[in-house]
Design a binder for this molecule. Structure first.
Ligand SMILES: [Ca+2]
Length: 312
């Protein structure tokens, strides 16, 4: 069965890997790609999507540019992580003749939610576009089969520490109001946070990356994009796609979650109500499925098999 998805993204090296994983997986039909300001300004994010499409020789997937800034929050310079171009400065070129749509990403999200009965929205950047779509159309989120989002950190494992501040994950920190609007909808949400993406068994070791390089092609590209890192590197965003390909990769718990939208040390912190034995009406926040464990070996097998054509 074909899995119809929209990917909302701010590439970003791990976004690039997520896009390639989706686009190389025949079970997945990428209905469209929407961009958002996050790791890089939105026009750069759009350009980076086009670079990936060009690299893969894809010419027919519609690309829609989205929000140029967070609703509330500021863009952070991530060039120390993602390079000055957002893709590790490996020299990928944008296609000269790829036309992006003149429609806004949010318009596309609303339209596609009506056209497809079984649409899954995958978010791997700040949630600004999603929040805007929710605010424009009360029924939008209910028309989506479900969302899968790389966002937040919920205190579910010892690996779950912030990656932008000690408490906050980047996508939520960049636009916490947008995250709150998203969390507060009754839509079905699968949230994949740093609790699982930073588990050591799920991270790409230096040895994994050398193996990738030696296989050439996409493997070499990933190696080069990540060449400034030493030791193990988490690949957060592709986990959303890996989960769609194989549900065994992640374990989820239904929890109530919320996000801190003010505070000096807690700005952008996500929290899950982990109290035991209290009635739901006393709980704080909104229902979501939150990932609490990952089969890291399986995750890496998916990356290697799909992207490089080798098991490991
Ligand atoms: Ca991202």
């Amino acid at each position: 069965m074909t899995i119809n998805i929209i990917i909302d993204t701010d590439p970003g090296i791990d976004d690039a890997v997520a896009l390639m994983l989706a686009l190389k997986s025949p079970e997945i039909n990428v209905v469209g790609i929407t961009t958002v300001a996050g790791n890089v300004p939105v026009d750069r994010a759009t350009e980076n999507v086009l670079k990936i499409l060009r690299y893969l020789g894809i010419t027919d997937i519609p690309v829609y540019q989205g929000a140029y800034r967070p609703i509330y929050g500021e863009l952070t310079d991530t060039s120390d992580v993602h390079g000055s171009d957002g893709l590790g400065d490996v020299g990928l070129e944008a296609p000269k003749d790829y036309k992006i749509s003149d429609k806004h990403a949010v318009e596309f999200l609303l339209r596609a939610s009506k056209e497809y009965k079984d649409l899954i929205v995958v978010t791997i950047g700040p949630l600004t576009n999603i929040a805007l779509a929710i605010l424009l159309d009360k029924k939008f989120s209910e028309r989506i089969k479900h969302f899968v989002s790389m966002c937040g950190v919920y205190g579910l494992t010892k690996y779950g520490v912030g990656n932008i501040t000690s408490r906050a994950e980047f996508n939520v920190y960049t636009d916490p109001i947008a995250a709150k609007i998203y969390f507060s909808t009754p839509a079905i949400k699968y949230l994949i946070g740093l609790d699982v993406t930073q588990k050591p068994s799920a991270m790409l070791t230096a040895k994994d990356r050398v193996k990738m390089r030696n296989y050439g092609g996409i493997g070499k590209l990933i190696f080069n994009m990540l060449r400034r890192f030493r030791g193990s590197v988490p690949l957060h965003d592709p986990l959303t796609i890996a989960y769609l390909l194989d549900k065994e990769v992640l374990k989820f718990r239904e929890l109530y979650v919320d996000v801190e939208v003010s505070g000096i040390y807690t700005f952008g912190e996500t929290m899950a109500d982990l109290r035991q034995d209290i009635p739901d009406w006393l709980r704080e926040g909104f229902k979501a499925y939150v990932a609490y464990d990952i089969d890291g070996k399986k995750y890496k097998e998916i990356l290697f098999t799909r992207l490089i054509g080798r098991r490991d």
